[in-house]
Write a protein that binds this ligand. Structure first.
Ligand code: SF4
Ligand code: SF4
Length: 321
């Protein structure tokens, strides 16, 4: 049946600190985070309950009743959705520790809260999902923050997914620690590593990341880029536009050239979260000009550009409440 919904409502689960939600996207006017399971700490998941809840959401969307938390979300789209119960989108955002100290990081800026969270191990729950035949290839398996490469279960998870035919993983990494498992999965065409370098010089990098690791990150990005294949396996260089720090054409142009010099054609662009949410109703046109500049340069240089949700929302005029 044709109706407005999204892949996360239909078939997604996000593993967050202490809860499961449909997705991790929160920058649109509805605010996101539809709770699926409250007070979650790594137990096996009652998938029947999850699907029951998803069916309820699905029925409302069929009637044209968009879930309030989804209002304004860039991922809503009208198309023919299947009526089946399975998962093909997982997000892992329950990690806390990181080897970077980005000025825009929600965990860095709320340390007392995050330091007291107890991390859980998600491997048994994922294994159970696979053993029940409920995980399908075709959506996306995405790893977010803290820093996935410093968690020992990352390799187990990557192996679990590749051994079960998953060919569409995405890992957001600081790029500071090199991961052989990531390189191997890039080579196998199953993984896209996204590194938000946000800069094109050690000085700007240090101002944003507050660690002295620019050279190490550049070296690792080059190594991952070398493993690129023509399929899904690739290294994406991401740039989060941070007002008054890196929001200028020169730094952005240098970043595009830097990505090319690493041997990658893949760019991703976003806007800093806190500033975006505070200014969503009056974002200066200049920021849309920056987005259009990157799109146009990517076209000129035969590169690929992915707009992350805030940049996409601004481009599509969805930023207002
Ligand atoms: S519409 Fe957006 S907020 Fe709602 S579940 Fe989908 S991705 Fe998440
Ligand atoms: S790399 Fe991600 S998790 Fe780590 S400090 Fe930066 S924003 Fe936070």
């Amino acid at each position: 049946m044709r109706y407005k919904s999204c892949g996360y409502i239909e078939h997604g689960v996000d593993f967050e600190h202490r809860r499961l939600t449909t997705c991790c996207f929160t920058c649109h006017s509805g605010g996101g985070h539809i709770d699926i399971v409250d007070n979650y700490n790594g137990e096996l998941v009652d998938w029947d309950k999850v699907f029951e809840m998803k069916r309820k959401l699905r029925e409302e969307h069929k009637k044209g009743n968009i879930t309030p938390q989804c209002k304004g979300c860039v991922f809503l789209c009208e198309k023919d959705w299947d009526d089946e119960d399975y998962i093909d989108r997982l997000q892992f955002n329950y990690w806390i520790k990181c080897n970077s100290k980005c000025i825009y990081c929600y965990a860095e800026n709320n340390k007392t809260h995050y330091e007291h969270l107890i991390p859980y191990n998600v491997v048994p729950a994922v294994k159970d999902l696979i053993d029940r035949g409920l995980l399908r290839n075709g959506g996306e398996i995405a790893f977010g923050g803290g820093e996935p490469t410093i968690y020992p279960e990352l390799d187990d998870l990557i192996n679990l997914f590749t051994q079960n035919g998953i060919t569409n993983m995405r890992i957001h990494s600081s790029g500071i620690k090199y991961s052989q498992a990531i390189e191997d999965s890039i080579k196998a065409g199953a993984l896209n590593v996204v590194i938000s370098i946000d800069s094109s010089s050690p000085e700007t990098y240090k101002r944003i990341k507050r660690v002295d690791c620019y050279d190490k990150v550049v070296e690792n990005m080059k190594k991952y880029a070398k493993a690129n294949t023509e399929g899904y396996g690739l290294m994406t260089s991401k740039y989060i536009i941070i007002p008054h720090i890196n929001d200028n054409i020169q730094e952005i142009e240098n970043w595009i050239q830097q990505t090319r010099s690493f041997g990658s054609r893949w760019l991703a662009l976003d806007i800093e979260d806190v500033w975006y949410k505070m200014n969503r109703n009056h974002i200066p046109d200049f920021y849309l000009d920056l987005i259009n500049y990157v799109i146009s340069r990517a076209k000129d240089l035969d590169m690929k550009i992915e707009l992350y949700d805030r940049a996409k929302g601004l481009k599509e005029g969805l930023n207002v409440v």
